[in-house]
Design a protein around this ligand. Structure first.
Ligand SMILES: Cc1cc2nc3c(=O)[nH]c(=O)nc-3n(C[C@H](O)[C@H](O)[C@H](O)COP(=O)(O)O)c2cc1C
Length: 176
């Protein structure tokens, strides 16, 4: 039986929810990426890292980059949690931005998170409102899928679902 750890970094709770479901499902341990020590993490066979997406970056992914030489022979898996609907184009852009060089072959799954402007910090809420204002100037017929979702979210939306993790669970179970 391979030992599995789920590392996660979550600002508003969506990634944390997914990480807990995943650890439960796979019988793995759960560690916040910020508290993770490499000497502890390298004792696992399967290292899963989950992070919320902020301005196209996956939070916490630098842990894998920084420690790659010590974990390169482990099975590494990433899941990213964002508000945008899944599209192949969006996924390709996410990979291009976050999986350079040594991480190029690391599998990445996408789970849709949540959006609640009332819970955001002032800065995050302001950034989102600026973004919405810019998008509102465009013709809705030309919206990218993430732009349409942003305009429809109307301040609050929760897309989290346990089923969204099925592809990750199946992928890891096949390794065992
Ligand atoms: C300032 C800001 C920037 C964001 N940027 C993106 C983004 O680039 N792509 C995306 O899909 N979602 C983006 N989101 C939405 C978050 O990824 C989403 O709310 C997710 O559920 C956050 O996960 P967490 O609660 O675990 O941090 C952004 C949210 C905020 C507040």
């Amino acid at each position: 039986m391979k030992r599995t750890v789920v590392l996660y970094q979550s600002k508003y709770g969506a990634t944390e929810k997914y990480a807990k479901w995943l650890a439960e499902e796979l019988g793995g341990d759960l560690i916040k990426t910020k508290n993770a020590r490499i000497d502890q993490v390298e004792t696992y066979d399967v290292i899963i890292l989950g992070g919320g997406i902020y301005a196209t970056g996956i939070r916490g992914i630098s842990f894998l980059k920084k420690h790659y030489p010590r974990i390169k022979n482990k099975t590494l898996v990433v899941f990213a949690v964002g508000a945008s609907p899944y599209t192949e184009k969006g996924m390709a852009e996410l990979r291009g931005r976050n999986f350079k060089r040594e991480l190029a072959e690391v599998p990445c799954f996408y789970c849709r998170g949540a959006w609640n402007e009332a819970k955001m910090t002032w800065l995050d809420r302001t950034l989102c409102q600026l973004l919405k204002k810019a998008v509102a100037k465009k013709d809705p017929a030309t919206y990218e899928p993430w732009e349409a979702a942003l305009m429809e979210a109307a301040g609050e939306c929760d897309w989290t679902s346990r089923e969204a993790l099925n592809p990750v669970v199946e992928f890891v179970r096949k390794l065992r």
